[in-house]
Design a protein around this ligand. Structure first.
Ligand SMILES: [Zn+2]
Length: 260
């Protein structure tokens, strides 16, 4: 991948004795989770995982040395059944994904860690991550957090909100970030514009609201894209990447000292 987690913050590079010896009171372990799923005719199926890795690498590079944060390898498989049937989509069932998250976090708790942050870069994982963190808190007593880099904090507005928030999959936003981090993998000439008129008609706001309903990608898009990928640019991608990385870094710093 184009970005590398700083080696001194990559937890599996430590030995058992080193993990044991780490002061755990404030140490945060980040479990990155994403997806391998179709991203239209112009982006690789690895897009979510690549964006996740770039955001986390940048965030960790920017942290002060005294903030103790360690990353696990990204879990590239998530819940992507909205993209079932597209070649190259590889996903776990809801039940398996829940179990995998619980078991990984359970092992981190058994290793003595007290703070876990699940960093999620795929919208289809959101519901599961949201309830699983409470189950982990209840079962293991650790503090567990979920971070989704694309969501603004506390009413703030992002400088770039592609498609008024309806650009949710392989559109202007994700294509821009991919142009910034891995331009050789973007087939710009194939980028479509596919705004989700069905979602807009139903008043289904991507950030959450009164209505939600179950859609599969073919229900709402003929191209596999939800958004306008023709408006993407590397410059916009760099702005979004900087924003997401600084947001994640700030949240990790807060998590490291948070007390109930
Ligand atoms: Zn994506």
């Amino acid at each position: 991948m184009n970005y590398q987690i700083p080696p001194d913050r990559f937890l599996p590079y430590l030995t058992t004795a080193e993990v044991e010896a780490l002061p755990k009171e404030h140490a945060v372990v980040v479990l990155p989770v994403a997806a391998i799923e179709q991203h239209g005719p112009h982006l690789p199926v690895f897009t979510d995982t690549m964006i996740l890795n770039a955001v986390l690498s940048r965030a960790l590079e920017s942290l002060d040395a005294e903030v103790s944060v360690f990353a696990m390898p990204p879990l590239p498989y998530g819940k992507s059944n909205e993209h079932a049937g597209y070649a190259g989509t590889v996903y776990l069932s809801s039940e398996t994904f829940i179990t995998v998250l619980k078991e990984i976090c359970g092992c981190l708790a058994k290793s003595g860690f007290k703070r876990i942050a699940i960093l999620n870069c795929h919208g289809g994982n959101t519901e599961i991550v949201s309830f699983v963190i409470r189950d982990i808190r209840e079962q293991h007593g650790v503090k567990v957090f979920s971070i989704e880099p694309w969501r603004p904090l506390g009413g703030a507005k992002d400088p770039i909100t592609p498609g008024g928030g309806y650009d949710i999959h392989a559109g202007e936003g994700e294509t821009s970030v991919m142009l910034a981090i891995a331009p050789s993998l973007v087939h710009e000439g194939l980028a479509p514009s596919s705004m989700p008129s069905k979602l807009q008609e139903m008043g289904y706001p991507p950030g959450g609201g009164a209505l939600t309903f179950a859609w599969l990608m073919p229900d709402i898009s003929a191209t596999g894209v939800v958004g306008d990928a023709t408006k993407a640019s590397a410059e916009k991608g760099r702005v979004m990447l900087d924003l997401y990385a600084s947001r994640v870094a700030a949240l990790l710093q807060k998590i490291s000292v948070f007390e109930f």
